[in-house]
Design a binder for this molecule. Structure first.
Ligand SMILES: NC(=O)c1ccc[n+]([C@@H]2O[C@H](COP(=O)([O-])OP(=O)(O)OC[C@H]3O[C@@H](n4cnc5c(N)ncnc54)[C@H](O)[C@@H]3O)[C@@H](O)[C@H]2O)c1
Ligand SMILES: O=C(O)C(=O)C[C@@H](O)[C@H](O)[C@H](O)COP(=O)(O)O
Ligand SMILES: [Zn+2]
Length: 342
């Protein structure tokens, strides 16, 4: 994985001997994708530009099918490569297309959002949404390379940068409290795409994710900790029909998960309160509609950590001490929701 500034021109080093490279991107990152495509052409690769719908609209079976058709028309073979350039939605889609075409072609990810850099493009989870919920179809398919060019963040809307911080904070609570110290010391610096604080946060969050994924790529156990805050978060996304940003939903989900930890007597109150504190400092949402509880409760049934009718949550037994909460009673789940209900 390459992390730094001015790196997009190095994508050709990672596509191997591909005669053709399909570059998936969405409208808002056209400029960055064009730079990647120019570098590939200059290095002698044929380029197949595949513009896809932006954000969650791209994580759809019809969009994936359109990409498969384009690869078929181009007679794309196993020695060719797919490059995803964009936020987490595009890299999830690109990863799924690469994993499924001919049962797997070379994949290189070029995340251009903070969330993509610290999470989505790292670790090999790829996928699309279905009517029933978030990321329900996909594959574990690690990329051959990831180019994390921090200068692409210059064009990222501030609210999307903020959303990415929710996953950074998640890494702080599950494994690296120094992340929380950095954010609390200077939240504005944490959100400055040109500052050294943000690059340290990226390095730290990527290190957390890489360590977990290296130990448990296919989520047979440990990897579930990366899903902290996501059980409720994904349910909110689905209820909002994916109009809420993933990071915003995860932010509310983190406060909820902290409350579950507190109510079960596993998480000291000061650590639970710190969730609200850090996320609020960053300007992230920490509440959601009180009336939504029945929908959210039902939507959580399709969470991948569930086993049969038993819901399972990641909770903390202390700072950087994640554990599992299996089958909590419905009353407890509802009681915890009062901490985020608005
Ligand atoms: N695979 C994983 O392990 C994993 C991990 C976390 C999140 N995800 C997924 O990632 C997605 C969220 O990712 P996201 O927060 O990047 O959202 P996103 O991909 O929807 O991007 C947010 C917006 O920012 C735009 N954008 C991205 N980079 C830009 C740039 N440099 N300049 C201008 N605009 C830019 C996008 O086009 C989009 O409009 C969700 O679908 C989530 O499920 C996957
Ligand atoms: O990498 C993981 O594992 C994660 O859970 C990271 C999450 O931030 C990410 O949103 C992931 O896509 C969620 O996965 P899912 O299996 O719950 O769909
Ligand atoms: Zn996530």
């Amino acid at each position: 994985m390459l992390i730094g500034r001015g790196l997009v021109d190095r994508v050709p080093e990672l596509v191997g001997g591909a005669a053709q490279v399909a570059v998936l991107f969405a409208g808002p990152v056209r400029g960055h994708a064009e730079q990647v495509m120019a570098a590939l052409r200059a290095a002698g690769h044929g380029v197949l530009p595949l513009e896809v719908p932006d954000a969650e609209a791209g994580k759809d079976i019809a969009v994936a099918a359109g990409c498969w058709d384009a690869l078929g028309e181009a007679a794309f073979t196993r020695s060719d490569a797919v490059v995803g350039v964009g936020g987490g939605a595009v890299t999830d889609l690109a990863g799924f297309v690469a994993a499924s075409w001919l049962r797997g072609v070379r994949l290189v990810q070029v995340p251009t959002s903070l969330l993509g850099m610290v999470d989505a493009a790292v670790g090999g989870k790829t996928g699309i949404n279905t009517a029933a919920g978030k990321n329900l179809v996909g594959a574990f398919y690690p990329p051959a390379g990831v180019v994390c060019d921090l200068s692409t963040l210059d064009t990222l809307p501030a609210d999307d940068l903020r959303a990415g911080m929710a996953e950074v904070v998640k890494c702080g609570f599950i494994a690296d409290p120094a992340i929380l110290d950095l954010v609390e010391a200077d939240p504005a610096a944490a959100l400055d795409p040109h500052g050294v604080v943000l690059s340290e946060l990226v390095e730290r969050a990527v290190a957390v994710k890489a360590k977990v994924v290296t130990a448990d790529l296919r989520e047979s156990g440990l990897r579930e900790i990366l899903n902290y805050g996501h059980t409720l978060g994904h349910a909110i996304e689905r209820r909002e029909q994916y109009r809420w940003k993933h990071g915003h939903a995860v932010s509310v989900g983190l406060v909820y998960a902290a409350e579950l930890g507190r109510l079960t007597g596993r998480l000291p109150a000061d650590v639970a309160d710190r969730h609200l504190h850090v996320l609020t400092l960053l300007g992230l949402p920490v509440t959601y509609a009180a009336a939504a509880w029945p929908d959210l409760h039902a939507a959580m049934r399709v969470d991948k950590k569930a086993r049969g009718a038993t819901l399972r949550f990641v909770v903390l037994d202390g700072l950087a001490t994640p554990g599992t909460l299996a089958g909590p009673p419905d009353e407890l789940l509802f009681q915890a929701y009062s901490a985020v209900a608005s």
